[in-house]
Design a protein around this ligand. Sequence first.
Ligand code: SF4
Ligand code: SF4
Length: 451
Amino acid sequence: MKLRPGDYHIFRVNGDTLLAIASGEIFILDELADALVESGADSEMEAQDLLAGRFPEESIGTAYREMNKVFSRPIPDHRKDKPPRKLRALCLNITHKCNLACKYCFAANLTAENAPSMTSEVVRAAFDYLISESKGVRRLQMDFFGGEPLLVFDLVKEGVSYGREKASQHGKEVFFTLTTNATLLDDEKIDFIKNNDISLILSLDGRRNANDRFRVFPNDKGSYDTIIQNIDNARNKLGKNDYYIRGTFTSQTPDILDTMKFYLEKGYYHVSLEPVTADERLPYAFKDEHIPHLLESYRKLASWLIDKPLCFYHFNIEMDNPLCLTRRITGCGAGMEYMAVDPWGDLYPCHQFIENPDFKIGNVFEGVNEKDIVDYFHHATVYDKNKCNECWARFYCSGGCHYQQYVQSGDIKKPSRQYCELFRGRLEIALWYNVKRKTLNQLISKNVNKS
Ligand code: SF4
Ligand code: SF4
């Protein structure tokens, strides 16, 4: 059996033993296959010796030959395939203003009432920059982000109309998303969003007690009632698939299963729930000691979710259609395929780095002028990070989130132990969930075909 340790991983979830191969294959092992892998046997004869008396001789031989085939498959090596540097998406921090004062907000110091917004000139220049840097790319994406973008809705409207016109002049398509706290989502805005096919990402942290603990107005009043009323109104007008609910949870609000139950009760079927990214010294941050409990929560969530019509972002793995090369080795593409623009038109690798002067890479009028920073992101693939090279999860994780690594270790190329432990633990659960769900779907379709 030829795979090296970092090319495969055996793990247990909810009573099942699974084998994940770095190439993306995943198997549930029966008792014999499990014992065989555990034995470390290097030949069929050795396997017979080590497992004699525990399993029938013939079964050991068959299992060894089958497992040998699995362990002899080549693992893709993309070391020489550098991802392209063509821009595909821009995140517009169209305003730093926000009408909420969420207590965990990474931009809280930027979102005061007198905070800046983009001018029309900057919005237009951002689209021009996206068009000029995306030669050969047909489908582009523009994300309206803030602060709260609905505070400058006229500017959003202008951006959509200018972006569409520019894209069509250059034979391209542009796809829009808008991330909002939903407190200002009235009928006029929903009509515009619907008529212009804008995908909504709506922030809501769950039930009233979880949401209102952090997502508050500046006078400390919770935002739950306003948000729920507006999301339900939007959902009725938009149709159920045109929006995504995005929640954040902290070490002080960690009941993810209960939050998912709430989303299902409300009929919100496309959801993501993210652990807060925060300095460990903050009281709501996650620390190493929280991880076992967090993973136990994900395990319970996976068991519950298995037969529910809820699409949870972190368990959503395309088992039959592995990610494209760029995604497999660089993940989000920040600083290469994707960049963020602040209200003055300055460029950053992604929205999380905004206003960190060490990561300012240029502006939309003159382009990139800090090539070293861009190069650093370009050379931050799974092959450029020592730890990732040896990691069985590398083609799922793609080297992780640069920003989280920067916050936790001070360098985008140094994944922190906490990040990796949480990612790999959650991936094990997500893989189990997907295998089980696939089996369940096959059973259902067999029964449907029979009847
Ligand atoms: S960031 Fe961590 S979990 Fe992700 S591939 Fe690298 S070592 Fe593995
Ligand atoms: S670096 Fe992290 S936060 Fe930024 S776009 Fe990538 S995954 Fe998202």
